[in-house]
Design a binder for this molecule. Structure first.
Ligand SMILES: NC(=O)c1ccc[n+]([C@@H]2O[C@H](COP(=O)([O-])OP(=O)(O)OC[C@H]3O[C@@H](n4cnc5c(N)ncnc54)[C@H](OP(=O)(O)O)[C@@H]3O)[C@@H](O)[C@H]2O)c1
Length: 288
Protein backbone atom coordinates (compact mmCIF):
# COMPACT_ATOMS: atom_id res chain seq x y z
CA UNK A 1 0.00 0.00 0.00
CA UNK A 2 1.20 3.54 -0.76
CA UNK A 3 2.58 5.64 2.08
CA UNK A 4 0.84 9.03 2.08
CA UNK A 5 2.63 11.77 4.04
CA UNK A 6 0.40 14.68 5.09
CA UNK A 7 1.97 18.01 6.09
CA UNK A 8 -0.02 20.67 7.94
CA UNK A 9 -1.70 17.62 9.46
CA UNK A 10 -2.97 19.24 12.66
CA UNK A 11 -4.60 22.23 10.91
CA UNK A 12 -8.08 23.05 9.61
CA UNK A 13 -7.76 21.05 6.38
CA UNK A 14 -4.92 18.64 7.21
CA UNK A 15 -6.66 17.15 10.25
CA UNK A 16 -9.72 16.32 8.12
CA UNK A 17 -7.50 14.80 5.42
CA UNK A 18 -5.81 12.51 7.95
CA UNK A 19 -9.22 11.35 9.21
CA UNK A 20 -10.53 10.84 5.67
CA UNK A 21 -7.50 8.81 4.58
CA UNK A 22 -7.74 6.63 7.70
CA UNK A 23 -11.41 5.99 7.00
CA UNK A 24 -10.38 4.72 3.56
CA UNK A 25 -7.81 2.41 5.12
CA UNK A 26 -4.82 4.25 3.63
CA UNK A 27 -1.35 4.28 5.23
CA UNK A 28 -0.86 7.77 6.62
CA UNK A 29 2.13 9.52 8.10
CA UNK A 30 1.30 12.89 9.66
CA UNK A 31 4.01 15.52 9.84
CA UNK A 32 3.84 17.88 12.81
CA UNK A 33 6.29 19.86 14.86
CA UNK A 34 5.44 18.38 18.24
CA UNK A 35 4.18 14.77 18.18
CA UNK A 36 3.28 15.07 21.87
CA UNK A 37 0.44 17.36 20.70
CA UNK A 38 -0.96 14.86 18.19
CA UNK A 39 -4.72 14.28 18.52
CA UNK A 40 -5.57 11.22 20.62
CA UNK A 41 -7.62 9.73 17.75
CA UNK A 42 -4.42 9.22 15.75
CA UNK A 43 -3.15 6.66 18.30
CA UNK A 44 -2.59 3.28 16.74
CA UNK A 45 -3.61 4.32 13.23
CA UNK A 46 -1.47 7.23 12.13
CA UNK A 47 2.32 7.30 11.98
CA UNK A 48 3.68 10.57 13.41
CA UNK A 49 6.79 12.32 12.13
CA UNK A 50 8.34 15.31 13.91
CA UNK A 51 9.52 17.86 11.36
CA UNK A 52 9.72 21.59 10.74
CA UNK A 53 9.34 23.17 7.30
CA UNK A 54 12.44 25.26 8.00
CA UNK A 55 14.62 22.22 8.88
CA UNK A 56 15.58 20.19 5.76
CA UNK A 57 17.12 17.31 7.76
CA UNK A 58 13.88 16.81 9.68
CA UNK A 59 11.98 16.81 6.35
CA UNK A 60 14.31 14.14 4.94
CA UNK A 61 13.44 11.86 7.86
CA UNK A 62 9.70 12.62 7.67
CA UNK A 63 9.47 11.96 3.92
CA UNK A 64 11.57 8.77 3.82
CA UNK A 65 9.58 6.08 1.99
CA UNK A 66 6.82 8.47 0.88
CA UNK A 67 4.85 7.59 -2.26
CA UNK A 68 2.50 10.59 -2.09
CA UNK A 69 2.94 13.90 -0.24
CA UNK A 70 0.20 16.41 0.67
CA UNK A 71 2.08 19.70 0.81
CA UNK A 72 0.19 22.22 2.94
CA UNK A 73 2.19 24.98 4.59
CA UNK A 74 0.90 27.53 7.08
CA UNK A 75 0.69 31.24 6.25
CA UNK A 76 4.18 32.54 7.13
CA UNK A 77 6.57 35.14 5.67
CA UNK A 78 8.71 32.25 4.35
CA UNK A 79 5.83 30.04 3.19
CA UNK A 80 7.31 29.87 -0.32
CA UNK A 81 10.62 28.73 1.17
CA UNK A 82 8.76 26.14 3.25
CA UNK A 83 7.09 24.73 0.13
CA UNK A 84 10.49 24.65 -1.61
CA UNK A 85 12.06 22.79 1.31
CA UNK A 86 9.42 20.06 1.25
CA UNK A 87 9.70 19.68 -2.55
CA UNK A 88 13.49 19.43 -2.33
CA UNK A 89 13.21 16.80 0.40
CA UNK A 90 10.72 14.88 -1.77
CA UNK A 91 13.27 14.92 -4.61
CA UNK A 92 16.00 13.68 -2.24
CA UNK A 93 13.96 10.58 -1.34
CA UNK A 94 14.88 9.32 -4.82
CA UNK A 95 11.43 7.68 -5.09
CA UNK A 96 9.74 10.37 -7.23
CA UNK A 97 6.75 10.72 -4.87
CA UNK A 98 3.65 12.36 -6.26
CA UNK A 99 3.26 15.81 -4.64
CA UNK A 100 -0.19 17.34 -4.16
CA UNK A 101 0.30 21.06 -3.51
CA UNK A 102 -2.34 22.81 -1.40
CA UNK A 103 -2.44 26.32 -2.84
CA UNK A 104 -5.18 28.90 -3.50
CA UNK A 105 -7.95 29.53 -6.03
CA UNK A 106 -7.05 32.04 -8.72
CA UNK A 107 -3.33 31.20 -8.70
CA UNK A 108 -3.37 30.36 -12.39
CA UNK A 109 -4.10 34.05 -13.10
CA UNK A 110 -0.95 34.96 -11.09
CA UNK A 111 -2.56 38.10 -9.57
CA UNK A 112 -0.01 40.79 -8.76
CA UNK A 113 0.49 41.97 -5.19
CA UNK A 114 -1.27 39.16 -3.30
CA UNK A 115 1.52 37.60 -1.24
CA UNK A 116 -0.23 34.40 -0.14
CA UNK A 117 -1.13 33.54 -3.74
CA UNK A 118 2.32 34.62 -5.00
CA UNK A 119 3.94 32.25 -2.49
CA UNK A 120 1.91 29.33 -3.84
CA UNK A 121 2.70 30.33 -7.44
CA UNK A 122 6.42 30.25 -6.55
CA UNK A 123 5.90 26.84 -4.91
CA UNK A 124 4.20 25.47 -8.02
CA UNK A 125 6.94 26.82 -10.28
CA UNK A 126 9.51 25.04 -8.09
CA UNK A 127 7.44 21.84 -8.11
CA UNK A 128 7.13 21.83 -11.90
CA UNK A 129 10.88 22.41 -12.23
CA UNK A 130 11.58 19.51 -9.83
CA UNK A 131 10.32 16.96 -12.34
CA UNK A 132 8.14 15.26 -9.69
CA UNK A 133 4.57 14.29 -10.62
CA UNK A 134 2.31 17.05 -9.29
CA UNK A 135 -1.31 18.06 -8.74
CA UNK A 136 -2.71 21.27 -7.26
CA UNK A 137 -5.61 21.65 -4.86
CA UNK A 138 -6.61 25.32 -5.20
CA UNK A 139 -9.38 26.25 -2.73
CA UNK A 140 -11.11 29.58 -2.37
CA UNK A 141 -11.49 31.12 1.13
CA UNK A 142 -12.95 28.74 3.72
CA UNK A 143 -16.40 29.10 5.34
CA UNK A 144 -14.57 28.16 8.57
CA UNK A 145 -12.83 31.59 8.53
CA UNK A 146 -16.18 33.04 9.62
CA UNK A 147 -15.95 31.14 12.92
CA UNK A 148 -13.05 33.47 13.77
CA UNK A 149 -15.49 36.39 13.35
CA UNK A 150 -18.25 34.83 15.44
CA UNK A 151 -17.88 37.30 18.30
CA UNK A 152 -18.50 40.24 15.97
CA UNK A 153 -21.38 38.40 14.24
CA UNK A 154 -22.99 37.77 17.64
CA UNK A 155 -22.89 41.55 18.12
CA UNK A 156 -24.69 42.01 14.77
CA UNK A 157 -21.71 43.01 12.63
CA UNK A 158 -19.67 41.49 9.82
CA UNK A 159 -16.83 43.94 9.18
CA UNK A 160 -14.21 43.05 6.56
CA UNK A 161 -12.54 44.90 3.66
CA UNK A 162 -14.38 42.82 1.06
CA UNK A 163 -16.06 45.71 -0.79
CA UNK A 164 -19.02 44.66 -2.88
CA UNK A 165 -17.35 41.67 -4.54
CA UNK A 166 -18.94 38.22 -4.48
CA UNK A 167 -16.80 35.30 -3.28
CA UNK A 168 -17.35 31.58 -3.90
CA UNK A 169 -16.15 30.56 -0.42
CA UNK A 170 -15.90 26.80 0.19
CA UNK A 171 -16.28 24.46 3.17
CA UNK A 172 -12.89 23.18 4.42
CA UNK A 173 -14.51 19.74 4.82
CA UNK A 174 -15.20 19.64 1.07
CA UNK A 175 -11.61 20.72 0.41
CA UNK A 176 -10.35 17.85 2.58
CA UNK A 177 -12.71 15.32 0.95
CA UNK A 178 -11.55 16.35 -2.53
CA UNK A 179 -7.91 16.19 -1.42
CA UNK A 180 -8.42 12.68 -0.01
CA UNK A 181 -9.74 11.54 -3.41
CA UNK A 182 -6.71 13.02 -5.19
CA UNK A 183 -4.28 11.47 -2.67
CA UNK A 184 -5.86 8.02 -2.70
CA UNK A 185 -6.45 7.61 -6.45
CA UNK A 186 -4.27 7.87 -9.54
CA UNK A 187 -4.71 9.98 -12.66
CA UNK A 188 -4.48 13.54 -11.36
CA UNK A 189 -1.02 14.46 -12.69
CA UNK A 190 -0.75 18.03 -13.93
CA UNK A 191 -4.30 18.94 -12.83
CA UNK A 192 -5.20 22.11 -10.95
CA UNK A 193 -8.41 21.39 -9.04
CA UNK A 194 -10.12 24.67 -8.14
CA UNK A 195 -12.39 24.15 -5.14
CA UNK A 196 -15.28 26.52 -4.44
CA UNK A 197 -18.69 26.47 -2.89
CA UNK A 198 -21.80 26.19 -5.08
CA UNK A 199 -22.36 29.97 -5.34
CA UNK A 200 -20.58 33.31 -5.15
CA UNK A 201 -22.06 35.55 -2.45
CA UNK A 202 -21.36 39.17 -1.54
CA UNK A 203 -20.48 39.86 2.08
CA UNK A 204 -23.88 41.57 2.35
CA UNK A 205 -25.54 38.26 1.42
CA UNK A 206 -23.24 36.30 3.74
CA UNK A 207 -24.15 38.64 6.63
CA UNK A 208 -27.83 38.11 5.85
CA UNK A 209 -27.41 34.33 5.97
CA UNK A 210 -25.49 34.54 9.25
CA UNK A 211 -28.28 36.75 10.63
CA UNK A 212 -30.90 34.21 9.57
CA UNK A 213 -29.30 31.44 11.65
CA UNK A 214 -28.40 33.81 14.51
CA UNK A 215 -31.99 35.04 14.75
CA UNK A 216 -30.97 38.70 14.52
CA UNK A 217 -29.93 41.32 12.01
CA UNK A 218 -26.27 41.07 11.02
CA UNK A 219 -25.05 44.07 9.03
CA UNK A 220 -22.08 44.02 6.70
CA UNK A 221 -19.66 46.93 6.93
CA UNK A 222 -17.22 47.23 4.02
CA UNK A 223 -14.19 48.38 5.99
CA UNK A 224 -11.61 50.49 4.12
CA UNK A 225 -8.33 48.57 3.58
CA UNK A 226 -6.24 50.99 5.70
CA UNK A 227 -8.71 50.81 8.58
CA UNK A 228 -8.82 47.02 8.36
CA UNK A 229 -5.03 46.84 8.48
CA UNK A 230 -4.88 49.19 11.48
CA UNK A 231 -7.50 47.06 13.27
CA UNK A 232 -5.57 43.83 12.69
CA UNK A 233 -2.29 45.41 13.84
CA UNK A 234 -4.04 46.75 16.97
CA UNK A 235 -5.32 43.26 17.64
CA UNK A 236 -1.72 42.00 17.59
CA UNK A 237 -1.64 40.33 14.19
CA UNK A 238 1.73 39.64 12.59
CA UNK A 239 2.16 42.55 10.11
CA UNK A 240 3.09 40.30 7.16
CA UNK A 241 -0.06 38.25 7.67
CA UNK A 242 -2.27 41.32 8.24
CA UNK A 243 -1.02 43.00 5.05
CA UNK A 244 -1.56 39.72 3.20
CA UNK A 245 -5.16 39.51 4.41
CA UNK A 246 -5.87 43.04 3.17
CA UNK A 247 -4.36 42.13 -0.22
CA UNK A 248 -6.55 39.03 -0.40
CA UNK A 249 -9.70 40.97 0.46
CA UNK A 250 -8.71 43.43 -2.29
CA UNK A 251 -8.90 40.52 -4.72
CA UNK A 252 -12.33 39.60 -3.30
CA UNK A 253 -13.55 43.21 -3.52
CA UNK A 254 -12.52 43.37 -7.18
CA UNK A 255 -14.70 40.33 -7.91
CA UNK A 256 -11.70 38.12 -8.78
CA UNK A 257 -12.70 35.32 -6.38
CA UNK A 258 -16.24 34.84 -7.66
CA UNK A 259 -15.83 32.03 -10.20
CA UNK A 260 -17.74 28.86 -9.26
CA UNK A 261 -15.99 25.56 -10.03
CA UNK A 262 -17.58 22.10 -10.38
CA UNK A 263 -14.44 20.35 -9.04
CA UNK A 264 -15.69 19.52 -5.51
CA UNK A 265 -18.58 17.50 -6.94
CA UNK A 266 -16.41 16.01 -9.71
CA UNK A 267 -13.91 14.70 -7.16
CA UNK A 268 -16.18 13.74 -4.26
CA UNK A 269 -19.38 12.77 -6.09
CA UNK A 270 -21.35 15.11 -3.80
CA UNK A 271 -22.42 18.73 -4.31
CA UNK A 272 -20.32 21.28 -2.47
CA UNK A 273 -21.91 22.38 0.83
CA UNK A 274 -23.66 25.74 0.72
CA UNK A 275 -22.82 28.61 3.06
CA UNK A 276 -26.37 28.39 4.41
CA UNK A 277 -25.79 24.75 5.42
CA UNK A 278 -22.50 25.67 7.12
CA UNK A 279 -24.08 28.62 8.94
CA UNK A 280 -27.01 26.51 10.14
CA UNK A 281 -24.67 23.82 11.47
CA UNK A 282 -22.79 26.49 13.44
CA UNK A 283 -25.81 28.53 14.51
CA UNK A 284 -24.76 28.13 18.15
CA UNK A 285 -21.49 29.96 17.49
CA UNK A 286 -23.17 32.84 15.60
CA UNK A 287 -26.23 33.35 17.87
CA UNK A 288 -25.99 35.72 20.81
N1 LIG B 1 -7.96 29.90 5.20
C1 LIG B 1 -8.38 30.03 3.95
O1 LIG B 1 -9.44 30.58 3.69
C2 LIG B 1 -7.52 29.49 2.81
C3 LIG B 1 -8.05 29.47 1.52
C4 LIG B 1 -7.27 28.97 0.48
C5 LIG B 1 -5.98 28.50 0.74
N2 LIG B 1 -5.51 28.56 2.00
C6 LIG B 1 -4.14 28.05 2.25
O2 LIG B 1 -4.26 27.00 3.21
C7 LIG B 1 -3.09 26.94 3.99
C8 LIG B 1 -3.49 26.94 5.44
O3 LIG B 1 -4.29 25.79 5.67
P1 LIG B 1 -5.00 25.55 7.09
O4 LIG B 1 -5.90 26.72 7.36
O5 LIG B 1 -5.57 24.18 7.09
O6 LIG B 1 -3.74 25.65 8.06
P2 LIG B 1 -3.73 25.88 9.62
O7 LIG B 1 -5.03 25.44 10.24
O8 LIG B 1 -3.20 27.24 9.89
O9 LIG B 1 -2.63 24.82 10.06
C9 LIG B 1 -1.29 24.99 9.76
C10 LIG B 1 -0.56 23.66 9.85
O10 LIG B 1 0.81 23.88 9.50
C11 LIG B 1 1.65 23.31 10.49
N3 LIG B 1 2.85 24.12 10.62
C12 LIG B 1 2.92 25.45 10.89
N4 LIG B 1 4.19 25.86 10.87
C13 LIG B 1 4.95 24.76 10.61
C14 LIG B 1 6.34 24.54 10.48
N5 LIG B 1 7.23 25.54 10.61
N6 LIG B 1 6.77 23.29 10.20
C15 LIG B 1 5.88 22.27 10.07
N7 LIG B 1 4.55 22.41 10.19
C16 LIG B 1 4.10 23.64 10.46
C17 LIG B 1 0.84 23.28 11.76
O11 LIG B 1 1.30 22.18 12.50
P3 LIG B 1 1.80 22.23 14.02
O12 LIG B 1 1.60 23.63 14.51
O13 LIG B 1 0.95 21.22 14.73
O14 LIG B 1 3.21 21.77 13.95
C18 LIG B 1 -0.58 23.02 11.20
O15 LIG B 1 -0.78 21.64 11.05
C19 LIG B 1 -2.21 28.10 3.58
O16 LIG B 1 -1.24 27.64 2.67
C20 LIG B 1 -3.19 29.05 2.89
O17 LIG B 1 -2.57 29.88 1.91
C21 LIG B 1 -6.24 29.01 3.05
Amino acid sequence: MSMIVVTGATGTVGSKIVTGLRERGESVRALLRNPAEAPAEWDGGVEKAAADFSDPASLDAALAGADVVYLLVAVHPDMAGHERNVIDAAVRTGRRPRVVLHAAAGMEQRPAGVRFVASHVAGLDHLRASGLPWTVIAPNGFYQNFLGMAQSVRAGRLAVPGGEGAVSYVDARDVAAAAVEVLATEGHEGAVHTLTGPAALTHDALAEQLGAVAGRTVRYTAVAPDAALAGMLDAGWDPWRAEGMVELYGLYAAGHASAVSPDVEKLTGRPARSFAEFAAEHAGAFAD
